[in-house]
Design a binder for this molecule. Structure first.
Ligand SMILES: [Zn+2]
Length: 294
């Protein structure tokens, strides 16, 4: 993405890019003094639609008539600033649903957090409290949830099946910038199944699990080594039950299934298990894309 203005050209692949609409309680001088307090400095506007421009912490913040645009680099300080800004102005700025997803991603919200649709904050807890002759279900942000379905929950846990591990494509996707911050489930059922694979497949899957662990060590992902309690079938029985067991683990761990197997994709859809499917033809090309781009 490019942001152009007279003095600087920023280029970044995964930066901060948020747009907020000006809400009814918004007060421009409060906002500007907040920016000044955070050591932002005013810069010249570059076109007549801009009301003001502030820069600081590798961010540029531009006020338009009805919107405020925030763009720049993602690092601890800029994220901390956006968190503070959001704490202070979430009642006065209107975030669109696209932002909500971006905010959740920027703050790397943990798996299974509940999501307040009023202010887009995550909650781990909803408290039911008696208010006179009614019950109020309060989220951690203070908003009342009407307790009508569905509740929004954030998920970032995936379960790759054995063939995905053999292909090595999950770590390639992570190198390419996808699945960053995800929790990858490696159940002991899969560890046990490695011994049933032929030599080259076993080497492929073992290598990939090692790669995923390396990526976890540098905080690109987390790895959840899960004790699934599933009894290992005999080798001759394994092929018949593999799909069902993988699906069972996906259900038990509430993971998104990652597969390149059309039959398993079909079964998952019957069981209403969210699935990410990569067609075998595309799977082959991931290796080429990876080699070309890294
Ligand atoms: Zn809320």
């Amino acid at each position: 993405m490019f942001i152009l203005d007279s003095k600087y050209i920023y280029f970044f692949m995964s930066g901060i890019n948020l747009t907020f609409s000006i809400g009814s309680g918004y007060n421009d001088s409060d906002f500007v003094s907040f920016l000044e307090k955070c050591d932002f400095k005013e810069h010249e506007t570059t076109d007549e639609h801009q009301k003001w421009v502030f820069r600081g912490l590798d961010l540029i913040i531009i006020r338009f008539d009805k919107k405020i645009l925030i763009q720049g680099k993602e690092h601890d300080k800029s994220l901390k600033f956006i968190r503070e800004l959001w704490d202070q102005f979430q009642e006065k700025l209107v975030s669109d649903p696209k932002n909500a997803e971006k905010l959740a991603k920027l703050f790397k919200i943990a798996h299974n957090k509940l999501f307040c649709m009023k202010c887009k904050s995550p909650s781990m807890l909803i408290k039911g409290e008696i208010k006179e002759l009614d019950i109020a279900f309060k989220m951690e942000c203070g908003h009342i949830n009407d307790m009508q379905p569905p509740l929004f929950m954030l998920t970032s846990r995936i379960l790759p099946d054995i063939n995905i591990l053999i292909s090595g494509n999950l770590s390639r996707c992570i190198d390419l910038g996808y699945f960053k911050g995800f929790e990858v489930v490696i159940p002991d059922f899969i560890m046990g199944a490695l011994d049933y694979l032929g030599d080259s497949k076993k080497a492929g899957a073992t290598n990939e699990i090692g790669r995923l662990q390396e990526l976890a060590e540098i905080n690109k992902i987390t790895v959840f080594k899960c004790v699934d309690g599933i009894e290992m079938p005999d080798k001759n029985e394994f092929d018949h039950v593999e799909d069902d067991k993988i699906l069972e683990i996906a259900n038990l761990t509430n993971s998104i299934l990652l597969t390149g197997d059309m039959v398993l994709k079909g079964k998952a859809s019957l069981e209403k298990r969210p699935t990410i499917y990569i067609h075998p033809e595309d799977s082959k090309k991931i290796k080429i894309v990876h080699e070309t781009r890294t």
